[in-house]
Design a protein around this ligand. Structure first.
Ligand code: NAP
Length: 309
């Protein structure tokens, strides 16, 4: 395959926004969509907070729209997973998918992050979008007047538990360790402890999700005694961290806790490699922030290519 001007790796809001901007700038970017085209939004139901859709839009539809919009301006898409890169030569960036090799003048990495799920191996995937979710900001409003639980003892879990009190009548926060081991900062811990709607549960893990077809309760297991109990709820929110999808980069870029460390807004230590979205951002992790970052990466890539020629 001929050398590409711009390859974008990733097909979430950051990847496709970068593709729309780059395609409109005449760069005919090639987008590698990975094994889960559309990214994390494909696993959510209604998206109510993406500007421009006052009645909400299904996550899958939003991503299909972004893909169509990018293709309309000349972006090419391929459902391939990039599993290795060689960025030693900044003018000839190499990307590999199995035995296939691709070469580009510039690259945008927009591979996102994957929320950690329980992985109980008991078929809990059937509850995805039916009460089992990993994004309070996206799905919290569907639980108005309901009972929900957040799993985790870090800052995210505390923040999400607090956020969910806006909607839910009762919020349990379930942490697998004792109170003194919670990773959340002390002010965050205080915030959840002081809230009348939040009840913290310590030394418990969720070992089974129950209900048919929507989630109705979970089985809790005491981490010290092994004793089990049942907790009735309408929603279960995972907040046990995210894993950025950076393994395929090896040591070609600088990472910090596995997230790419950006240089400036969307650059890296390699002048022809740019980054966007959740693969860099452990803080906001929203479709709209990822999309905005994709725009920045595309404009920077365009600027880089323009200065070169
Ligand atoms: P985190 O700090 O890594 O916390 C993950 C939590 O999930 C821990 O309580 C951990 O328990 C628990 N956990 C992990 N695997 C589990 C499993 N399989 N089952 C049950 N529990 C599990 O992750 P985070 O809260 O997403 O935060 C990520 C980073 O972003 C942190 O540096 C955080 O400070 C930062 N952050 C900051 C803010 C803010 O400043 N406002 C907001 C959000 C996040 P153990 O402790 O037992 O391992």
């Amino acid at each position: 395959m001929e050398k590409q001007k711009l390859i974008i790796v990733g097909s979430g809001p950051s990847g496709f926004t970068a593709a729309i901007y780059a395609a409109r700038a005449g760069l005919a970017p090639l987008v590698f969509e990975g094994s889960n085209p559309g990214g994390q939004l494909m696993g959510t139901s209604e998206v109510e907070n993406f500007p421009g859709f006052p009645d909400g839009i299904l996550g899958a539809q939003l991503m299909a729209n972004m893909r169509t919009q990018a293709q309309k301006f000349g972006a090419k898409t391929e459902m391939k997973v990039i599993d290795r890169v060689d960025f030693d030569d900044a003018e000839n960036l190499k990307l590999f998918s199995g035995s296939e090799e691709f070469v580009a003048e510039s690259v945008i990495i927009a591979t996102g992050a994957s929320a950690r799920w329980l992985n109980l191996g008991k078929g809990e995937e059937k509850f995805w979008g039916k009460g089992y979710t990993a994004c309070a900001t996206c799905d919290g409003a569907f639980f108005r007047g309901k009972t929900v639980a957040v799993i985790g003892g870090g800052d995210t879990a505390c923040e999400e538990a607090h956020f969910l009190t806006r909607f839910a009548d009762k919020v349990f926060q379930i942490y697998r360790g004792p109170q003194e081991k919670m990773r959340a900062s002390l002010p965050m811990q205080q915030r959840v402890q002081d809230h009348e709607k939040i009840e913290l549960i310590f030394n418990k893990t969720v070992t089974e999700l129950r209900g048919e077809p929507i989630l109705k309760s979970v089985e809790l297991t005491d981490t010290a005694t092994g004793e089990t109990s049942e907790l009735e709820l309408d929603g279960l929110f995972m907040a046990i961290g995210h894993d950025p999808n950076t393994k395929f980069l090896g040591d070609s870029l600088e990472l910090e806790k596995n997230y790419i460390r950006p240089v400036g807004a969307a650059g890296t230590k390699i002048p022809s490699v740019f980054v966007a979205g959740d693969v860099v951002d452990f803080r906001y992790q929203q479709a709209i922030t990822a999309a905005g970052h994709g725009c920045q990466a595309a404009m920077d890539a365009e600027h880089y290519l323009g200065n070169k020629s």
